[in-house]
Design a protein around this ligand. Structure first.
Ligand code: PLP
Length: 385
């Protein structure tokens, strides 16, 4: 085997956090050192600076940094006083944190189906889920659309159904911050938006982190209070309500400020890679497309195969050092914790179908062209075989 062949068989990381670290390492090390020097580890100046920069980036009036994407969802639901007797409609094909906070607060997640092309909440199934909730005697309070894999949901269609039923919309943009829908950035499309800065996300920190985005002044004030034990804005030792410890820390904010500087460039790179994947694979498999006049940040590049072909493809790619992942083999209604919750009238056939078809390929902004070619070529050969 010659040297060239050996290089061609090097294992490829699925998401290469280290490649970005090599590019930004010194700037991030200095940003962290500044926090270590001033010692304001909690709610330090970096948190306020990051919140202002994120607001400028996406156009939201308020940004509230918090401890994770899950806590961002929780804080908004707590601020809305969602609780027992309330129904919150969630797509069944998502990461389970979307519905988890609804259930934690004693409300009922009602699971709706998704559209196969976008992987995202289907407005007709949402309408049926509202009917299901009412039939069960629940108050339909809110809907949580998810922008799965970085692809924006059909926010206008979802907002129309929500408005018709007096429901609030909490966008779970954990996988999609930076994406756009009809010319607007996520963070501005719903009553409130939650995102995650988990390290593997398109904009990730070096630990856990998240943020809430909203244009609603009263909601922002409640979320700010709730993230610090329900404190009063005038006296932190006077609790106005029951809250949590839901803050983003200064070191994570410092990391994110540095990463935000290159984020627009990284989004361009991710889109270029997605375009090359689509060009190389569209004739052998179903490739994802950002519909609804939207752009994706490609948190995942998820293709669809005929049922029964996925394991074979994953095994052949693995032999060649190419990792894959399946998001999600079990939609929520197939998971033990969510089996007892209602599903929209009409069932969840698309969620079940996608669970058997989807497989995600390596995707990150630093995936070089020869590596992209190696992946495309390997997928084509595996599917031809
Ligand atoms: C769709 C979705 N919602 C919520 C979350 C929760 O985010 P975190 O891990 O920051 O709590 C995730 C994280 O993977 C997610 O993918």
């Amino acid at each position: 085997m010659n040297q060239h062949a050996r290089l061609d068989e090097r294992p490829i990381p699925f998401i290469d956090v280290a490649a970005q670290r090599r590019r930004l390492g010194a700037a991030i090390d200095q940003a962290i050192a500044r926090v270590l020097a001033h010692c304001q580890f909690i709610q330090g100046p970096e948190v306020r600076a990051l919140e202002a920069e994120l607001a400028a980036f996406c156009g939201a009036r308020h940004v509230i940094g918090c401890s994770s994407g899950t806590d961002a969802l929780l804080l908004v639901l707590m601020a809305w006083q969602v609780g027992p007797g309330d129904a919150v409609i969630c797509p069944a094909f998502t990461f389970h944190a979307t519905a988890e906070m609804v259930a934690l607060l004693g409300a009922t997640p009602v699971l709706a189906d998704v559209a196969a092309e976008s992987f995202n909440l289907d407005a007709e199934s949402l309408e049926r889920a509202v009917a299901t909730a009412k039939r069960l005697g629940l108050r339909p309070r809110a809907v949580i659309p998810v922008d799965l894999f970085g692809l924006p949901a059909d926010h206008d269609a979802i907002a129309a159904v929500a408005a018709a039923h007096g429901m609030l919309v909490l966008d779970d943009a954990a996988q999609a911050f930076g994406a756009t829908y009809r010319g607007r950035k996520l963070g501005t499309l719903a009553t409130a938006t939650a995102t995650s800065f988990f390290p593997a996300k398109p904009l990730g920190c070096y630990g856990d982190g998240g943020a809430v985005f909203t244009d609603d002044d009263a909601l922002a004030a409640r979320v700010k209070s709730l993230r610090v034990h329900g404190e009063s804005p005038n006296d932190k030792y006077d609790a106005l309500r029951i809250g949590i410890t839901g803050r983003l820390d200064s070191i994570q904010a410092a990391v994110l400020i540095e990463k935000l500087k290159v984020f627009p460039e990284e989004i361009v790179a991710r889109n270029a890679i997605a375009a090359r994947y689509a060009e190389g694979l569209a004739d052998v498999t179903t490739v994802p497309r950002a519909g609804n006049e939207s752009t994706s940040v490609w948190a995942q590049y998820t293709i669809r195969l005929e049922p029964g072909r996925r394991d074979g493809l994953a095994a052949k790619l693995k032999e060649q050092g190419i990792p894959t992942a399946v998001y999600y083999a079990k939609p929520l209604h197939r998971q033990e914790a969510y089996r007892g919750f209602p599903v929209a009238d009409g069932g969840l056939p698309v969620s079940d179908m996608l669970a058997g078809e989807v497989i995600s390929l390596p995707m990150h902004a630093y995936l070089e062209r020869p590596v992209q070619d190696r992946i495309i070529d390997a997928v084509r050969r595996a599917l031809a075989g």
